[in-house]
Ligand binder design. Structure first.
Ligand SMILES: *[C@@H]1O[C@H](CO)[C@@H](O)[C@H](O)[C@H]1NC(C)=O
Ligand SMILES: *[C@@H]1O[C@H](CO)[C@@H](O)[C@H](O)[C@H]1NC(C)=O
Ligand SMILES: *[C@@H]1O[C@H](CO)[C@@H](O)[C@H](O)[C@H]1NC(C)=O
Ligand SMILES: *[C@@H]1O[C@H](CO)[C@@H](O)[C@H](O)[C@H]1NC(C)=O
Length: 222
């Protein structure tokens, strides 16, 4: 992903990037900037805690992976499903926005979807969609429906549209409640194993100069 796309994401998702001890979060962020009725800029990033796992390339639409342990963590068929789901989500999202959005160009939408394994072993999931940096609709796991987060035309239209997508909503319920957490657990295990391997192979970390802060690159896997 190009640096400016990452900056855009950081700008629109300023939330808490460092997760609390013992809590693990898997999160996919997506943004789409609509310049006019035919032109848009789409990008995304996948995160485990604050570690970047991969990104959706803003210019080619391809997915890039950044951690060597990531791909072997799941069978190839699973990656095929994940990649094609991400791509069709992005495609359908763009199509729906271009069909139903009535606001003046340019504008930006973002999606934030994922799950968190909390330190008390409960799971929290989220699927929020934002317009110009403000969440306007979210998926409610228990009911399998979407609920408005703002009282405006956009939220109402989005809720109505999604109310009819009952099959899709059932799929999302399963993806959030089961698949996401299963994948998160596999990633945690694969990431930890990789870190242990590195620990065996690499000599002790270089000593810090006075005043230098240690960089906790693999904070998640302590
Ligand atoms: C849409 O925006 C793109 C990029 O800014 C521009 O190249 C293109 O000419 C625009 N098209 C229309 C129909 O305005
Ligand atoms: C688990 O922890 C989360 C966040 O700390 C909290 O919101 C939730 O209520 C807790 N759940 C249980 C069952 O203790
Ligand atoms: C989510 O999964 C838990 C078990 O992990 C289950 O008890 C709960 O009923 C599920 N909720 C939905 C809405 O599927
Ligand atoms: C949703 O379904 C209802 C009843 O089948 C229909 O009246 C309504 O127009 C549909 N809404 C959309 C946005 O497709």
């Amino acid at each position: 992903m190009q640096p400016h796309a990452i900056l855009l994401l950081l700008f629109f998702f300023p939330g808490n990037w460092a997760e609390p001890e013992g809590s693990y979060m898997l999160k996919l962020l997506h943004f789409a900037t609509f310049q006019n009725s035919t032109s848009m800029l789409v990008g995304g990033v996948g995160l485990l805690g604050d570690m970047e796992l991969g990104s959706l390339d803003i210019s080619t639409g391809n997915i890039h992976y950044y951690q060597a342990w990531l791909h072997p963590a799941l069978p190839k068929e699973d990656w095929d499903v994940i990649e094609s789901s991400i791509k069709s989500y992005v495609r359908d999202f763009n199509r729906l926005v271009q069909m139903y959005a009535m606001m003046p160009y340019p504008f930006v939408f973002q999606t934030s979807v994922g799950c968190e394994l909390q330190s008390n072993r409960t799971v929290r999931t989220f699927f929020n969609i934002a317009y110009e940096g403000q969440n306007f609709i979210r998926f409610c796991l228990d009911t399998g429906t979407w609920e408005q987060m703002q009282h405006n035309q956009l939220s109402a239209t989005a809720e109505q549209l999604m109310a009819n997508a009952s099959t899709l909503n059932e799929v999302i319920q399963v993806l959030l409640n089961y698949t996401c957490v299963d994948v998160l657990r596999l990633f945690i295990r694969a990431g930890k194993a990789d870190l242990e391997r590195q620990g065996e192979l690499t000599p002790a970390a270089p000593r810090l100069q006075p005043g230098e802060e240690p960089i906790e690159r693999f904070q998640l896997f302590k």
